[in-house]
Design a binder for this molecule. Structure first.
Ligand code: ZN
Length: 523
C-alpha cells in the first residue's frame, strides 16, 4: 500500500492525497491550487490517475484548496461517492458553484483582453506553455523519487506525462463551469463524526472534529486485510483549528497511528493569545468610534466572517465596544452564515449555552446585510462612524476592493487584517507597511491606519501543531505500538515545513517532507 502526494506538498494549496491498497484507491481531499500563476497552473496538467478507477473520495472540509478540483475530476470520469460531514456538503456546494461561475467569468474576461491585445496574448500563451512544461518536469521529479514507480505502457496518461512538451493545455478555457460543479453535487454522501465507515474494500474512515471551519474533519483511515501486511492506521489532520476559538469545538486530540499526515501552514510562527486578539479588536473599534471613522475588516467568507461577528457581538454584550453600524458586504459570507445557523450540532458548549439563553451569537444587532453592488457602493455615503466586514480577506478581489479604493488615503479609516495574507497580495503589501499601492493602474498613498490580528486564525500555530503531534508519542517510546513510524508534513510553504520538521524529530518521531507527486510505501 502506498500514499501519493498530489498536492499540498511544499505548498499551502491543492491538498490531494491518493491512498492505494491492493484492493482500493481512495482520494483524501481534491483541492485546487491557488495563488501565483506558477502554482495555479498545476491544476491544468493531466491527472496522475484514472478518475474512473478511484473507489471513494474523502473530504476534510469545504475550503477551495481542499475541494476545488472535485468538478474537474468528476468531468474527467470520477463516479464514486464523495464522503463529507453534512455541514461540509452544504458549504462545498456553495464554494464549488461559486468557483465554476468565477472561472467562467475569468475566462470571458481573458478572451476579451486577448482580442484587444493579440500580441500580448501571444506572449502570455508562450509563457503559459513554459509554465506547464516546468510543472510537468517538477511532477516528473516527484514521481521518480519513488522506487516503486514503474511506467505503465498501457496507460495513455503515463505516456502523456513522459512527453510534457506535447501536451496541449488551454489555460484560457475555464477549468470547469458552474454546470460542471452542479453535476458533481449528487455524488456527495453525508458521514457523521466519530462513526467508522468502510468506504472501500478494506478501507475504514472515521471523521473527527478538526475545529477549523464548520463541518471540518480530521480523517482517520484504517486499512485492513492487506495480503502480507499488517493493518495500518493513517491519520490525515486536514486543516487543524485552534483550541478555544468561537463557535466550533476544539480539534480532536488523537494518540495512536502508524502514519500521520499533518498540515504545517503556521509551522514556524506563533499567534498572539486569543485574549490579546479580542483586546486589539475592541480597542480598534473604540478608536474608530472616537475618530468618527470607518473600520474595514477584509475577511474570508467562510469561517472568519462568522467568528469576527461572534466576537463583536460578545464585546458589545459585555459593554466593551460602542454599538457602531455594521455592514456585512459579502453575499457568499451571508450564505455561509445561513449554513452555520443550520448546523448547531457542530457548535461548542459556549455557543450552545448562548443560544439556550436566547442570545444570537452569529448576529450583530442591527447589522446591515448588503446584497447588491449598488448598495455596496452606497456605503461610502453613509454617516460615520461605521464598520464594514467584506470579502475577500487578502484584498485580491471581491467587494472589499471597492471599499479599499474609497478608504486607502482616508486618515479616519482603519483596515484591520484578521487572517493570513498570501505572499504578493495587496493585503501582504499593506501589512508590510507599504507607503503607496497601485489600484486601478494608479499609484495611491496609503494614509489609512493598518492593523493586524493573527489570533483569529483558523489554523493552529507552530506550538499548537506540535502539541497535536506530541499526543501520538506522549508517555511512550518510538517503536511502541501506536507511535507513528513517520509524520508527513504537508500543506505548508517550505519555510514552515522546514521549521516544523526538527521539532517533530525532537519528539523522537521521524518527520518526512514529501515533494509534489512523490509516493511513499506504507507497508
Ligand atoms: Zn482550510
Amino acid at each position: 500500500m502506498h500514499l501519493h502526494f498530489l498536492g499540498g506538498a511544499r505548498t499551502v494549496t491543492g491538498s490531494q492525497y491518493l491512498l492505494e491498497t491492493s484492493r482500493a484507491r481512495v482520494l483524501i481531499d481534491c483541492g485546487m491550487f491557488q495563488g501565483s500563476p506558477n502554482e495555479s497552473v498545476r491544476n491544468r496538467i493531466p491527472l496522475a490517475y484514472e478518475p474512473g478507477d478511484i473507489d471513494a473520495m474523502l473530504l476534510t472540509h469545504a475550503h477551495l484548496d481542499h475541494c476545488g478540483l472535485i468538478p474537474h475530476v468528476v468531468k474527467e470520469g470520477y463516479r464514486g461517492p464523495i464522503l463529507a460531514t453534512p455541514a461540509t456538503i452544504e458549504l462545498a456546494e456553495l464554494v464549488l458553484l461559486d468557483s465554476g461561475k468565477l472561472q467562467e467569468e475569468f475566462a470571458k474576461r481573458g478572451d476579451r483582453w486577448a482580442r484587444r491585445h493579440p500580441d500580448k496574448a501571444a506572449a502570455e500563451d508562450a509563457q503559459d506553455t513554459a509554465r506547464v512544461d516546468a510543472v510537468l518536469a517538477l511532477a516528473g521529479e516527484g514521481e521518480d523519487r519513488w522506487p516503486g514507480h514503474v511506467p505503465d505502457p498501457d496507460d495513455p496518461e503515463s505516456e502523456l506525462r513522459s512527453q510534457p512538451a506535447e501536451i496541449d493545455v488551454d489555460l484560457d478555457e475555464p477549468l470547469y463551469t458552474e454546470r460542471d460543479a452542479r453535476i458533481a453535487l449528487p455524488l456527495f454522501r453525508p458521514v457523521e463524526y466519530d462513526v467508522e465507515t468502510e468506504v472501500a474494500p478494506g478501507v475504514h474512515a472515521t471523521y473527527l472534529d478538526a475545529g477549523h471551519i464548520l463541518g471540518s474533519a480530521i480523517i482517520r483511515v484504517r486499512i485492513t486485510g492487506e495480503p502480507d501486511a499488517p493493518d495500518r492506521t493513517i491519520v490525515f489532520s486536514g486543516d487543524l483549528g485552534r483550541r478555544g476559538t468561537p463557535i466550533l469545538r476544539d480539534p480532536t486530540v488523537l494518540t495512536h497511528a502508524d502514519f500521520v499526515v499533518v498540515e504545517s501552514t503556521y509551522g514556524g510562527r506563533e499567534h498572539e493569545p486569543e485574549g490579546e486578539a479580542v483586546r486589539i479588536l475592541a480597542e480598534t473599534v473604540r478608536l474608530v468610534d472616537e475618530a468618527g471613522g470607518v473600520l474595514l475588516v477584509p475577511s474570508f467568507a467562510i469561517g472568519r466572517t462568522q467568528e469576527v461577528v461572534w466576537e463583536l457581538d460578545r464585546l458589545l454584550s459585555a459593554g466593551k465596544i460602542p454599538q457602531l453600524r455594521l455592514y456585512l458586504d459579502s453575499p457568499m459570507a451571508t450564505k455561509a452564515t445561513a449554513i452555520y445557523r443550520r448546523h448547531p450540532e457542530c457548535y461548542d458548549d459556549e455557543t450552545r449555552r448562548l443560544l439556550d439563553t436566547g442570545e444570537t451569537p452569529l448576529d450583530f444587532p442591527g447589522a446591515i446585510v448588503v446584497n447588491t453592488s449598488e448598495q455596496s457602493r452606497a456605503i461610502a455615503r453613509a454617516p460615520r462612524p461605521y464598520m464594514i466586514v467584506a470579502s475577500n480577506g487578502m484584498l485580491t478581489g471581491g467587494r472589499v476592493v471597492g471599499h479599499l479604493r474609497d478608504l486607502i488615503d482616508d486618515t479616519a479609516a482603519t483596515i484591520l487584517f484578521v487572517g493570513y495574507q498570501g505572499e504578493g497580495t495587496m493585503g501582504a503589501h499593506l501589512q508590510a507597511g507599504a507607503k503607496t499601492v497601485r489600484i486601478d493602474g494608479q499609484t495611491r498613498d496609503v494614509r489609512c491606519r493598518i492593523r493586524s490580528i493573527s489570533g483569529f486564525s483558523a489554523h493552529a500555530d507552530g506550538s499548537e501543531l506540535l502539541d497535536w503531534v506530541r499526543a501520538f508519542v506522549d508517555g511512550r517510546r518510538p517503536g511502541d505500538a501506536g507511535v507513528p513510524r513517520r509524520v508527513f508534513l504537508v500543506h505548508g510553504d517550505p519555510e514552515a515545513e522546514d521549521a516544523l520538521a526538527p521539532k517533530v524529530a525532537a519528539l523522537g518521531l521521524e518527520p518526512y517532507i514529501p515533494v509534489w507527486h512523490e509516493a511513499v510505501d506504507l507497508g
